[in-house]
Write a protein that binds this ligand. Structure first.
Ligand SMILES: Cc1cc2nc3c(=O)[nH]c(=O)nc-3n(C[C@H](O)[C@H](O)[C@H](O)COP(=O)(O)O)c2cc1C
Length: 515
């Protein structure tokens, strides 16, 4: 394309030059007779001015003289104007062609750069969905005392990574063995590169190591860490060591990996430990009926100086018999120094109670909890836009936080809550708060589905309100936030939303936190 532009530019430049050098000033024509030879036919043409007849183009040959064209003075002014307009356009075209060259040179230089030996030192790249990998990357950076560049993979491409001698990845796995949202672009770039260009020679290649975060209860344990490793090797990166798998943020395992990495970059005696804060319990209230086998608790925790945004998570590490694994909970508030939670007492398939939820549900006023705030980038609000919040069970928790944040913003946007649980009489969590938000005009609409007391599910609301939902998204620009368990609820809702909105529209407005 740049070549076509350049050819046009050269032609345009020649044209401008010809007009400026050869065009006859009109006064010169007026004063007498101008001869011009037609190169194609060989005939001699003469331009003659007559006060009565205007400008005459005469054909002169051996036998006779004939008038070929006659132009008035106005015609001549128009010709001249037209010539100048064309000259200016041609000049602009030429300048544009010149401007294209530096761009082209830049692109060529960049692609050459990717083949050159790595010139930068160490890069630490993280891919996180619920903030754990990001948090670790920041701790590694602190421990390495700024010896490494640290970036989220969403800001990187393969060419940029090749500029480093070594790249360390801290990545989690999401969905069923999938990359976190932030890694999709890099994965696409790696696939593109692996199918188009041959890998550079191994002598100049960047080396890498992967710390893979996951959860062993998933069949696809640390799957993204492994698929990333394969892709990097396919495009010519050199693996330094086997993928290091970490189960549910086991800090002993994280620390062992870090010791090896730190040693290899010349750092000695750097320790890494989870940056936990101590929260004090202000309130613990059992929300549903006393003998309910799915007890839900409202907890209010206090920690001086703690900050977060609506939609963020808190990772709680219970003090019980080791080994203990952290557990993530959606924050149900948006307040400085305070974190509210909605915790379900988890019961495993064999009937035993979940460790972290038991620990939290038994806490009394004044007890303390070690925890860490986790940035949940993909589930935060994106400005003050209308919201459709769809949640089931304790998945309604972040929406209370959203509405508190919107209240602080004095939002005038429209907000719609669709909530599903089992029993209207027991499970209407945060009823008083949502009613108040509705009375204040912040919550435009609430729809609830009670599966046991009314045999009604969230999907039934979506079907009934499909036209309204479509209009909210396509006409009001509403964003959809979906939170709850993936199996059953999440999958069904996603299916229904795809029917109503179509896949493309849904992808552009959906934020989901399905677990
Ligand atoms: C919805 C969801 C799906 C997950 N899927 C997997 C998985 O397929 N394989 C796995 O090993 N871990 C899986 N995990 C566990 C996470 O990888 C693990 O909690 C990790 O520490 C999260 O790191 P992050 O906070 O940086 O995203 C999943 C977690 C969630 C919430």
């Amino acid at each position: 394309m740049a070549t076509v532009f350049f050819a046009l530019g050269v032609f345009a430049a020649a044209y401008v030059f010809a007009i400026l050098v050869f065009a006859q000033p009109i006064s010169a024509i007026e004063s007498g007779v101008v001869w011009a030879s037609n190169g194609l036919t060989g005939f001699q043409h003469q331009l003659q001015h007559s006060n009565e007849l205007g400008y005459l183009v005469l054909q002169q040959d051996a036998s006779q003289q004939r008038v070929l064209y006659r132009f008035s003075s106005l015609d001549m002014v128009m010709f001249r104007t037209l010539a100048w307009v064309m000259a200016i356009l041609a000049g602009v075209c030429f300048l544009l062609s010149l401007a294209r060259w530096p761009f082209k040179r830049l692109v060529i230089m960049q692609s050459k750069q990717s083949e050159e030996p790595a010139s930068k030192g160490v890069l630490l790249a993280y891919a996180s969905q619920t903030g754990g990998a990001r948090q670790l990357a920041l701790q590694f950076q602190k421990a390495a005392d700024a010896l490494m560049d640290v970036h989220c993979v969403s800001t990187l491409n393969v060419a940029q990574m090749r500029q480093y001698q070594r790249v360390f990845f801290v990545v989690s796995t999401y969905g069923e063995g999938e990359p976190p949202d932030s890694a999709h672009r890099l994965v696409a770039d790696l696939h593109r590169q692996s199918s188009t260009s041959p890998p550079p020679s191994s002598s100049s290649s960047t080396s890498f190591a992967v710390l893979a975060l996951g959860d062993r209860t998933y069949r696809t344990f640390c799957a993204f860490g492994h698929s990333l490793t394969n892709l990097l090797e396919q495009v010519g990166f050199t693996r330094e060591q086997a993928v290091h798998e970490v189960d549910r943020m086991d800090m002993a395992s994280v620390s062992a990996w870090w010791q090896r990495i730190a040693h290899s970059i010349g750092l000695h005696n750097t320790t890494i430990h989870q940056d936990l804060s101590t929260f004090t319990v202000c309130e613990n209230q059992h929300l549903n009926a006393p003998n309910h086998d799915r007890a839900a608790h409202y907890l209010r925790l206090h920690c001086d100086g703690v900050r977060y945004q609506a939609g963020d998570l808190i990772a709680v590490t219970p003090k019980v018999i080791p080994p203990t694994h952290e557990r993530l909970y959606s924050i149900a508030s948006c307040e400085e120094h305070y974190v509210d939670l909605l915790v379900r007492q988890h019961r495993r398939e064999d009937g035993t109670l979940g460790t972290a939820s038991s620990f939290l549900c038994k806490l009394a006023k004044g007890d303390t909890v070690e925890a860490q705030i986790r940035v949940h980038e993909s589930f935060r609000l994106q400005g003050d836009r209308p919201l459709i919040m769809i949640g089931a069970g304790t998945g309604v928790a972040p929406f209370r936080g959203f509405l508190q944040q919107k209240q602080q913003w004095q939002s005038t946007s429209e907000h719609w809550l669709i909530f599903g649980e089992q029993y209207a009489e027991y499970d209407d969590y945060f009823h008083a708060d949502f009613t108040r938000f509705q009375q204040d005009g912040l919550l435009t609409r609430i729809d609830k589905a009670w599966s046991r007391s009314e045999q009604r599910y969230v999907q039934a609301i979506l079907i009934k309100e499909s036209e309204r939902l479509y209009k909210w998204v396509t006409q009001k620009g509403a964003q959809i936030y979906l939170c709850g368990s993936r199996v059953g609820f999440g999958e069904m809702v996603l299916e229904q939303l795809t029917v109503i909105l179509g896949e493309d529209t849904l992808q552009h407005c959906l934020h989901s936190d399905l677990y």
